[in-house]
Ligand binder design. Structure first.
Ligand code: DCP
Ligand code: MG
Ligand code: MN
Length: 610
C-alpha cells in the first residue's frame, strides 16, 4: 500500500488519544513514495491518534506541516517526492519537521529545534519558526478551499495484501481494509511503542532506519537502477514489460469536490470551465507520463485548475491569471490563449506525442517486445494490435511475439494466488514421479506471500549425495505437462537440456477452460540452491540492495552464489575479470550471514511494488 493510500485509510478512522496535533494537516514522508512500510504506517497512525489529518499527497494549499522520518530522508529525496525543485519553493508557512517533533506536545516549543534541514533556515524564503507567528494550529484554509481537505472517508484500498503465508510470523504487515484491521494495527503499533527494544534488523519496517537495517542505504539506489532499467527496456526478447500495468504511480485526486465538478455545477457558476477542461486534459496527458517524470507538471496544472475552480470571475488578462494561487507566467499565458482563441495549441502537440507513448506502451505489452521493436512498428504505421495482426506496414512478428499477441490480455493480467497454488500442486506430482528426490518449489511473488502473481516461478534441483543429479529432468517434465494440457506454449527454451542449470519460460493453464498463465521453470545445481532461492524469491529491489551491499563489501552476489575476490574492469565495473571464490551459496541463511544482513522471511523481503 502506498503512503497516500494509507493516509486516506487512516483519516477519521483512528481513535484519538491526544489532541495536540488537532487542526494540523500533515504530509508525512517516510522515505518511500511507493510503499508505506510498517514504520511509516506506525508513524502516520501515531500522527492521526494525536489529532492530525494526514494529507495523502503534498499540496501546498492543503498541507500545514511536512514531517519527515529523521535520519533517512535527504533534502533531495524529499523535494523529489513532493515534486518541488528547490527548498525555497515550499511556502514559508509550511515548516518541515523531523519526526521527534511530532512525538511530544510541541505547542509551546520552538519549531527551530526540530526543523529538518539547516538550509531551510538559511534560504531566502525561510520563515522564522517563531511559534507565535507560526502557531501549531494554523489559520483556517483560504476561502474557497474548504473542500480541498483530504477525504476522511475510509478507502477500501486493497493495497498489497499478504495472505495465507504459513511462515508469516508477524501479523503486522497483513493489512485489512476493514476498520477491524485498523484496530489490529493500532494494537500492534501500541505494542511496538511500549516494547522498548525493537528487534533490530529483523523487521523490514525499520528499513528507514540506517542504524538498524544494513540494507537501508541501498534502497534508493536500487530503486533508481530498477526504474532506469524499466525505462530503458529495449526488448531483450526475454520479458515484456507492460508500463501501463506497472505504473502504480498514478496521482490520485484528494476526492474533494469543487464548484465546477459536474454534479454540482449549474450554469454560470464556473466562468472558466473551458480553461479548466483544456488544462485538465493537459494534466491527464502528463499524468499518464509519470514514468518519465512529469509529476512536476501534474502538480502545476492541478494547482492551477483548483485555483480556477474557486475563482468567481471570468479571467481577463495574464496578470489576473497570475494573481491566482500557484499560477505562474507560462500557465497564465496558456489560460489566456484558451480564453482568446478557445483553443490551446500545446494540447494538440501533446495529444500527438501522447498517442505515440500510448501505442508504444501497448506494443510493449506483447511478450518479447521491447521499446526498440515497439518504435519500429509504430514507425511502420501500426497503431493497434489489429494492425500488427494484419501485418500492416510489412510488420512481421516472430512466433513468440505471435503467442504474446494472441494471449495479450492473459499475459498482462495477474492470477489470484490460489490459482498459482493449484497449478503448482498439479505440476509437482509430475516432477516427483520422474524422480522422487527432486526438490520442487514455487518462488517469486508467491513465496513472498503476495495475493496475486504475475507468473508462476518454479525452482527445481536435486541433492547429489547419492551420486545422481537432475540432468534431463526438465525436458521429461515439460513433455508430461504438455500431454496433460498444463503447459500450452513455449516462449523461451534452453539450448542444452542436459545442463544442470536451465531456464524455461512458457504459458500454462489450470484446465481447458482457464486462462493462459505465464510460467517459468528454473533448474539449478544443488550447491547453489541457497543463492538461487534468494534470487528467485526477490523482490527485485531487495535483491538489488543485497547485491549493492555485497559489492560494497568487495563481494559479488548472483543467483549462483556469493563470491569473494572478484576483480572488476576499472573501466567498466559491470565486467568481471575473474570468477572469484564462492564463499556462500548452499543456503539463503549463509548468504545473509556473510553479508551481515539479519535473516528475513520471504514475506519480509518486500521493498518495491510487488
Ligand atoms: N528477479 C530479479 N531481477 C529481475 C527479474 C527477476 O532479481 N530483473 C528475481 C526477483 C523476482 C524473481 O526473480 O522476485 C522472479 O521474477 P518475476 O519477474 O517472476 O517477479 P515476481 O515473481 O517477483 O513478481 P510477479 O508476481 O510479477 O511475477
Ligand atoms: Mg513471478
Ligand atoms: Mn517469473
Amino acid at each position: 500500500m502506498s503512503p497516500g493510500a494509507y493516509a486516506e485509510r487512516v483519516n477519521g478512522q483512528v481513535r484519538m488519544s491526544e489532541t495536540y496535533l488537532n487542526g494540523t494537516r500533515i504530509y508525512f514522508f517516510g522515505g518511500d513514495r511507493e510503499l508505506a512500510t510498517v514504520s511509516t504506517k506506525a508513524k502516520m497512525f501515531r500522527l492521526a491518534r494525536c489529532g492530525a489529518t494526514l494529507v495523502p499527497e503534498y499540496n501546498p494549499d492543503i498541507v500545514t506541516h511536512i514531517v519527515i522520518d529523521d535520519n533517512i530522508v535527504s533534502l533531495h529525496h524529499l523535494l523529489e517526492n513532493i515534486s518541488v525543485k528547490r527548498l525555497s519553493k515550499v511556502p514559508g508557512h509550511i515548516p518541515i519537521l523531523k519526526w521527534p517533533w511530532a512525538t511530544t506536545d510541541n505547542t509551546k516549543k520552538h519549531f527551530r529545534i526540530h526543523a529538518a534541514f539547516a538550509t531551510r533556515r538559511n534560504s531566502v524564503d525561510a520563515i522564522d519558526y517563531d511559534p507565535d507567528i507560526n502557531p501549531i494550529v494554523p489559520p483556517a484554509p483560504k476561502k474557497g478551499k474548504e473542500h480541498a481537505a483530504p477525504n476522511p472517508e475510509v478507502t477500501n484500498s486493497s493495497g498489497e495484501q499478504m495472505v495465507g503465508n504459513p511462515s508469516a510470523k508477524s501479523p503486522r504487515e497483513a493489512s485489512s481494509s476493514s476498520s477491524r484491521g485498523l484496530e489490529d494495527e493500532e494494537a500492534s503499533f501500541e505494542k511496538q511503542r511500549v516494547s522498548s527494544k525493537p528487534r533490530a534488523n529483523s523487521d523490514p519496517a525499520n528499513e528507514n532506519n540506517v542504524g538498524e537495517d544494513p540494507l537501508a542505504e541501498f534502497y534508493a539506489q536500487a530503486r533508481t537502477e530498477r526504474d532506469q532499467e524499466v525505462q530503458e527496456n529495449l526488448g531483450d526478447g526475454n520479458k515484456a514489460t507492460n508500463l501501463h500495468a506497472e505504473n502504480g504511480n498514478k496521482s490520485h485526486s484528494s476526492g474533494s469536490r469543487f464548484l465546477c465538478d459536474g454534479v454540482r455545477t449549474s450554469a454560470g457558476q464556473c466562468p472558466n470551465q473551458d480553461v479548466i477542461d483544456k488544462l485538465s486534459e493537459l494534466k491527464k496527458i502528463h499524468e499518464q507520463r509519470l514514468m518519465t517524470g512529469d509529476n512536476f507538471r501534474v502538480l502545476k496544472y492541478s494547482t492551477a485548475i483548483n485555483a480556477l475552480r474557486a475563482y468567481p470571475k471570468r479571467i481577463r488578462s495574464t496578470e489576473e491569471a497570475m494573481s491566482l494561487n500557484g499560477v505562474a507566467k507560462k500557465t497564465a499565458e496558456k489560460i489566456m490563449e484558451i480564453i482568446r482563441t478557445g483553443d490551446l495549441q500545446r494540447l494538440h502537440h501533446e495529444r500527438a506525442v501522447s498517442d505515440d507513448i500510448r501505442v508504444i506502451e501497448l506494443f510493449q505489452g506483447i511478450y518479447g517486445v521491447g521499446r526498440q521493436i515497439a518504435h519500429r512498428w509504430y514507425n511502420a504505421g501500426c497503431r493497434t494490435l489489429d494492425d500488427l495482426r494484419e501485418g500492416k506496414g510489412g510488420v512481421k512478428l516472430s512466433s513468440v511475439q505471435q503467442i504474446g499477441l494472441q494471449y495479450y490480455d492473459d499475459i498482462n493480467s495477474r492470477m489470484p494466488r490460489a490459482e498459482a497454488e493449484e497449478i503448482f500442486n498439479k505440476i509437482k506430482p509430475f516432477a516427483l514421479k520422474i524422480d522422487s528426490k527432486l526438490y520442487v518449489d514455487i518462488m517469486g511473488s508467491f513465496r513472498r506471500g503476495k495475493a496475486d502473481c504475475g507468473d508462476i516461478d518454479i525452482i527445481i534441483t536435486r541433492p547429489t549425495d547419492d551420486g545422481r543429479n537432475h540432468s534431463g529432468v526438465l525436458s521429461k517434465l515439460l513433455k508430461d505437462l504438455r500431454i496433460a494440457g498444463i503447459i500450452t506454449e513455449d516462449l523461451s527454451i534452453p539450448d542444452d537440456w542436459s545442463d544442470l542449470e536451465l531456464c524455461y519460460r512458457g504459458l500454462c493453464r489450470k484446465d481447458s477452460d482457464s486462462r493462459r498463465r505465464r510460467i517459468d521453470f528454473l533448474v539449478i545445481p544443488w550447491e547453489s540452491r541457497g543463492a538461487a532461492l534468494l534470487y528467485y524469491t526477490g523482490d527485485d529491489i531487495f535483491n538489488r540492495s543485497m547485491r549493492l551491499k555485497a559489492n560494497k563489501m568487495g563481494y559479488s552476489l548472483n543467483q549462483k552464489g556469493l563470491f569473494a575476490g572478484v576483480v572488476r574492469d576499472p573501466q567498466d565495473r559491470t565486467r568481471k575479470l575473474n570468477q572469484g571464490t564462492n564463499i556462500a551459496s548452499a543456503t539463503e541463511r549463509e548468504i545473509f550471514d556473510k553479508l551481515g544482513v539479519p535473516w528475513q522471511e520471504p514475506h519480509e523481503r518486500v521493498r518495491g511494488f510487488s
